[in-house]
Design a binder for this molecule. Structure first.
Ligand SMILES: NCc1[nH]cc(CCC(=O)O)c1CC(=O)O
Length: 309
């Protein structure tokens, strides 16, 4: 085996922490191999002042990294699964999906408010349409403020922008060892997570058997299967991370239970569907739940979001 692998990563602190976590796992298995990180700036990192749904285009956080893979500048890349578009670039594949971190969203409030105790009309920061819709459905009085930027920036905006709370993925905070900042974990019934939230996807060239073989030992099959159910749902709904779609699959008595959600941006309509299936049916389970959502009218909601209504 070659003795150095070049690993692509976005350069945000969270992305680098995740990449280092993967490298630590690999180093335990392969103590004599060197892993070199190559930092790559993506379009999503550059455009920090616009709501992502308005920027349009899928894969804002991954395109430049995928190109580096295709050009052979890097051997593999560590992504947040949540940032991966439903459709992957040709010639690339996910070589490993390590065990999932906490999939939930969480509330961070300097005044220790919970979603239940926030004062009437309180300001809650999030740039995610999915989070905004579900929060407003639960607490219609709350004012949603758009905040972009990486996790550090968003935490500082809590103070500088006079927000009462912000919503973030618990996984990012836990990975950075900032879980002390979490005021409340939001139950998945209240705020269904994004597809793949809390999981990492390690992307490789489809024909790079050496790297694929090396990575297989950090693949967690149970995570991979539930993620494939969630991603099949996303794919069937033709969604990206910029539309209010949620999905959460978990293991229940050796079967996969999948819940899917499509929300109108104003939170006035929240469609949910669920189903259970065997692990061999992970992908068809995703399609089944997506079809149930479409039957309930999800296609109309998605069309409205895309038209920017
Ligand atoms: N798009 C930003 C992004 N991509 C992945 C994570 C967190 C880690 C994860 O969900 O795996 C975040 C930040 C957030 O949503 O709070």
């Amino acid at each position: 085996m070659k003795n150095t692998f070049v690993v692509g990563s976005r350069k945000s602190q969270l992305a680098l922490t995740q990449t280092e976590w993967v490298i630590e796992k690999l180093k335990k298995l392969y103590p004599n191999i060197r892993f070199e990180i190559k930092e790559i700036v993506t379009k999503g990192d550059k455009i920090l002042d616009v709501t992502l749904s308005k920027v349009g285009g899928k894969g804002l956080f991954v395109k430049e990294i995928e190109q580096a893979l295709l050009d052979g500048e890097i051997d593999f890349a560590v992504h947040s699964m949540k940032d991966m578009p439903a459709e992957m670039a040709e010639g690339l594949t996910i070589g490993a999906v390590p065990e999932r971190e906490d999939p939930r969203d969480c509330l961070i409030s300097n005044q220790d408010y919970t979603i239940e105790t926030l004062p009437i009309g309180a300001k809650v920061g999030t740039s995610s349409l999915r989070r905004a819709a579900q929060i407003v459905a639960y607490r219609p009085d709350l004012k949603i403020e758009s905040i972009r930027g990486n996790v550090n920036t968003r935490l500082s905006k809590l103070e500088t922008d006079g927000l009462n709370a912000i919503i973030l993925a618990a996984a990012g905070l836990k990975r950075m060892n900032w879980q002390d900042r979490i005021t409340q974990y939001l139950d998945v019934d209240l705020c269904l997570p994004a597809v793949g939230q809390g999981a990492l996807g390690i992307q490789v060239r489809e024909n790079d058997q050496e790297t694929i073989q090396m990575l297989q030992y950090i693949d967690d099959q149970e995570t991979r299967m539930i993620i494939s159910a969630e991603r099949a749902l996303l794919h069937h709904l033709q969604g990206g991370c910029q539309i209010p779609i949620g999905a959460y699959a978990r293991w229940q008595n050796d079967q996969i239970h999948l819940v899917g959600m499509v929300a109108a941006v104003d939170g006035k309509r929240i469609l949910k569907a669920e189903a259970t299936g065997s692990k061999e049916e992970a992908v068809s389970l995703g399609i089944k739940v997506a079809n149930q959502l479409l039957q309930q009218g999800a296609d109309q909601i998605l069309a409205e979001v895309k038209e920017g209504k």
